[in-house]
Ligand binder design. Sequence first.
Ligand code: CAA
Length: 258
Amino acid sequence: MSFVAAERQGAVEIITINRPEALNALNADVLGDLKAAFEAVDQQAVRCVIVTGAGSKSFVAGADIAAMSTMTQAEAEAFGKLGNDIFRMIETFPLPVIAAVNGFALGGGCELSMCCDFRICSENAMFGQPEVGLGITPGFGGTQRLARLVGPGMAKQLIYTARNIKAEEALRIGLVNAVYPAEELMPAALKIAAGIAKNAPIAVRHCKQAINEGLETGMDQAVVIEEKLFGKCFETHDQKEGMGAFLEKRKEKNFTNC
Ligand code: CAA
């Protein structure tokens, strides 16, 4: 897996796009390695995944323009599907995924960050969908997820103008949850991941599923999705442990992921 590095720190898996000489641009090989890295995550032991980019300059500067420049219509459609399938796998991955955006998140990089559960970034981060300036549309979910995250009006303006925005503007429009000095980004991501990891893992997974699936349907159906997952928690050891700890006034909880 030369283009993607994976490292476990306790219950947290850090997945790093590692092609700094091209600002971590995504070609088919990088995408394949990213998929393999997610498939290799130990879903029993790991509680949260962090995705970031190698180097101090770029999260991911987009899909690989050189690789795309000679594609035919059919090849481009297949490349779009490759990216979309992997990003959808990340979006529906059973564990929470945090994007720690450490620089450029342009085109496919912005799209990668948006398939994660939420984004935090460094002060030097820059977001944007520059595709129309290259004569193409966003191809890895940008037209869909940006509109869902920041609203259709803001998404359309950003996409039609191909204007890149800095971290503070990304924060203002709700694309990122928080901005940190560069050296504090990974410690912050790890702290958030640790905060997630101390909670009941099955409950966290069910929350992700309920939010994701609920947003894709109407409210009547969405609340049914929530009810089912809420009910399923009551079959778990961790529900008994969590509520038992409260009733016994115990601070320590022994969540076992079952
Ligand atoms: N694809 C391929 N190579 C890329 C790349 C990309 N998206 N982004 C950067 N690189 C390469 C550059 O070609 C350069 O390689 P060489 O040293 O071999 O020339 C290297 O990374 C460093 O880049 P720069 O010299 O350009 O660095 P910079 O600091 O001057 O500029 C930048 C940084 C503003 C991010 C600039 O590199 C840039 O504009 N990159 C392209 C951003 C972009 O348009 N992304 C969208 C791609 S389309 C897409 O993603 C479609 C989709 O939705 C699927």
